[in-house]
Write a protein that binds this ligand. Structure first.
Ligand code: SF4
Ligand code: SF4
Length: 86
C-alpha cells in the first residue's frame, strides 16, 4: 500500500504490535530506591508500564521496545537497562 505524505496510523495499532519481540536491551525495575513517583509510566512511549497493587511499577515486556527512556528519566536511578537474553 502506498503511503501519502503526512499519513497517520490508525489508533490502537501498537496493541497489535508486540514491540518487545525486537528488543536488544530491557529495563530491570529493581524496586530498591523507587519512590513510586510514576514518572517512568508517564514517559514510556509504549504506555506499557503498569502500576502493581503495591504501587511499584513493572513493564509489560510484550510491548516494551527497550528504548531506555524510563531508565534515563527515573529520578531514583532504580531502573537498569540489561541485555536481553533470547
Ligand atoms: S520513575 Fe523510578 S522512582 Fe519513579 S516510579 Fe518509576 S521506577 Fe519508581
Ligand atoms: S524501555 Fe522504553 S518501552 Fe520499555 S518500559 Fe522503558 S520506556 Fe517503556
Amino acid at each position: 500500500m502506498a503511503l501519502s505524505v503526512g499519513c497517520t496510523a490508525k489508533p490502537g495499532k501498537s496493541r497489535g504490535n508486540r514491540t518487545g519481540a525486537w528488543r536488544v536491551f530491557k529495563p530491570a525495575f529493581k524496586h530498591n530506591k523507587c519512590t513510586k513517583c510514576g514518572l517512568c509510566a508517564m514517559v514510556c512511549p509504549e504506555g506499557c508500564i503498569i502500576e502493581q497493587e503495591d504501587e511499584f511499577m513493572i513493564p509489560d515486556y510484550d510491548y516494551c521496545k527497550g528504548c531506555g527512556l524510563c531508565a534515563e528519566e527515573c529520578p531514583a536511578e532504580d531502573i537498569e537497562m540489561v541485555k536481553e537474553e533470547k
